[in-house]
Design a protein around this ligand. Sequence first.
Ligand SMILES: [Zn+2]
Length: 156
Amino acid sequence: MKDTGMIRSLDSLGRIVVPVEIRMTRNIDIGDPIEFFILNEEIIVLRKYTSTECTFCRSLDHVTYFKDQFICNNCLKELGDPGLVSDVAEQPASPVEDNSALLRGGRRTKTEEMSQRLEKAIADHPYANQKELAEVLGISQARVSQLKRKINAAGR
Ligand SMILES: [Zn+2]
């Protein structure tokens, strides 16, 4: 344990000031909750309290700890949604991506692949709505409607 050499007195209400140097180096802001641990007879340890709620939606159910953050199952699933991932991957093609596409012999992008699968699914199920098509392809309804717009635009 490192001795900071900093000493603070309790005030009349039993409060103690956490020295600003410690607050700055430990990223503790005014209003942050602080947790107390009892180490032994003499030593009490203070720690910035990290709640176990999901970083994204504040849910407390089925929360997983990952790289210093808590993430719930639902948000984890959304993060891992292949539809979302390929959306990110095809943002206005960066030079790096262009190169990698060339290296792979101009391999089709995920979107083109999925568009063709969607066109086939529509041909196979002409009366299916977007929800049903989404289920057939294993993607989200939003993704289906996005792909449909792309297909329609390409057909013009
Ligand atoms: Zn969440």
